[in-house]
Structure formats: structure tokens, C-alpha cells
Write a protein that binds this ligand. Sequence first.
Ligand SMILES: Nc1nc2c(ncn2[C@@H]2O[C@H](COP(=O)(O)OP(=O)(O)OP(=O)(O)O)[C@@H](O)[C@H]2O)c(=O)[nH]1
Ligand SMILES: [Zn+2]
Length: 228
Amino acid sequence: MELKPLKDQREDYFGDTHTASSPENPLRPDAFSIPNEVKIQKIQDHFRAIMETLGLDLTDDSLRGTPLRVAEMMVNELFAGLDPANMPTLSTFENKYKYGEMLVEKNIVVYSTCEHHFLPIVGRAHIGYISAGTVIGLSKMNRIVDYYARRPQVQERMTKQIVRTLQHALGTPDVACVIDAKHLCVNSRGIRDIDSSTVTAEYGGRFQQEAVKKEFLDLIGLNTQFGV
Ligand SMILES: Nc1nc2c(ncn2[C@@H]2O[C@H](COP(=O)(O)OP(=O)(O)OP(=O)(O)O)[C@@H](O)[C@H]2O)c(=O)[nH]1
Ligand SMILES: [Zn+2]
């Protein structure tokens, strides 16, 4: 098989633009046509081949179980959020107590994976909403973050997906999300900038108004003279 130089392969894949623009994760039409056990078997075989290509001795008792471990981790843990069957149930309630102010759930832990390098994204998400008659169980906001984080992701898309889903569940556009996260592809390799983090924000409905946005950013402690 004739192999193109790596530089030319990169041109083929990336061209000039390879930032994600779609709000959906790019999935193949047959993404869920095989059961998870089969996916785990296939990934195990592929990962064993990667390790062998790297020259690792898979008869070593510390390495022997790694291909299966990695495959199970990808399917059952890191990327379980690709499967819509794992979407959390978003219990909502009538706003009987007539709470009309902003509700903020802050410092929600984010463990995700960068889709460009398959390295971790680790950070915090902050969500705010103003009820239009419906309220949501607090833990459901943490769960929805976790669901979208368990995918190969870009942070911009994940931020929009969280807002869109909560807008739908709450029946209001008045939802905002800010994520502040470290990308290990920036921190541990490449430019190796260990201190930088990435902040993304999506402001729906009334959160686009300066005063409402300011209140939200004040409550999550992110309002600076530069804004977000
Ligand atoms: N917009 C965006 N970019 C991301 C995200 N996660 C990783 N990236 C970037 O994706 C880009 C991929 O760029 P490439 O030039 O194709 O990859 P690379 O040669 O490994 O780039 P370097 O990291 O600069 O070494 C890098 O700049 C990453 O920092 C994300 O969530 N959003
Ligand atoms: Zn990356």
C-alpha cells in the first residue's frame, strides 16, 4: 500500500478550517447498529494493534489487560454520552413557589475528551436559568453536563448543547451556560501551556441583556472588567 506523507494526510483531513460548526456531534448513520459488546471487542482489537505498533509487549502482565480496559472505558464511561439511550431523564416541576429570580447551579464538574486529540478536557460548568413556570431538579443540570461531556467534544459545541437541552426541558429561552476548562491537548502536549484554560459562554433569551448577564456572571464569580 502506497502511503502519502503525513503532511499531505493532514492537508486532506483538515484543509484550512477544522473547527466544529455543527451543534451536533458528527456521527455515522450506523453509529448504533452494533451492540456495545461488539464495539468493545472491536476497539480492544484496534487498541491492541496500536500498542503492538508502538512496540509494547502485550504478554507483560501489566499490559495484557490494557486493550480491554481501554475499550470498556471508552464505550461505558468516556463516550457513553454518544448514545441517546443514556440521556438523563430531566424531571421538571411546576414552579408552585413562584420563584421568579435567576437560579444558578455553579461549579459543575466537567470531564470531557477533546475530539481532536482524544485527551481530557477538565473544568467547571455554570448554568443559570429564569423559570417561565417550570423548574428542574437541581441534579439534572449536573447530569446534563455529564451526558454531553461524555463524548469526543469541542467546548463550544458542548456549551450550546447544554443550553439548548435545558431550554427545551424548561420551555424557556432564558438559559445560560459558561464553561471554564483546561484542555490537556494544550496543557500537556503541543504548546504545553499548563496554566491556560478556555472559557465559553452561551446566553439565551434574557441572558443576552447586559444587566441579566452581569448578574449571572457576578453570581458565578466570573465577571471581570473584560467581561466574558
Ligand atoms: N475551538 C476549539 N479548538 C480546540 C478544542 N479542543 C482542542 N482544540 C484545538 O484544536 C486544534 C487542532 O489543531 P491542529 O493544528 O490540527 O492540531 P495540532 O497540530 O496538534 O495543533 P497544536 O495543538 O497547536 O500542536 C488545536 O489548536 C487545539 O488546541 C475545542 O474545544 N475548541
Ligand atoms: Zn485537543
